[in-house]
Design a protein around this ligand. Structure first.
Ligand SMILES: [Zn+2]
Length: 70
């Protein structure tokens, strides 16, 4: 099984946009250009956060409980 290390890296000292070294002034990005590009991606909802998967599993569990007879 492959584990994605990208999330950890993004919170480190690498620009999540291009992977370059982060500059404190534009944290967590390396430059104003990357910060702006990322912001536009968010605004366009082009960004996917892998937290939806958890919600789906929760939903499944709930449905099972709901159909069980008490
Ligand atoms: Zn960058």
């Amino acid at each position: 099984m492959k584990i994605h290390h990208l999330q950890t890296v993004a919170k480190g000292r690498q620009c999540p946009n291009c992977g370059g070294p982060v500059v404190a002034q534009f944290r967590p990005f390396c430059s104003k250009r990357c910060a702006t590009l990322d912001l536009h991606r968010w605004l366009n909802e082009d960004y996917r956060i892998p937290a939806v998967e958890d919600e789906e599993i929760d939903d499944d569990d709930f449905e099972q409980e709901d159909t069980a007879e008490i």
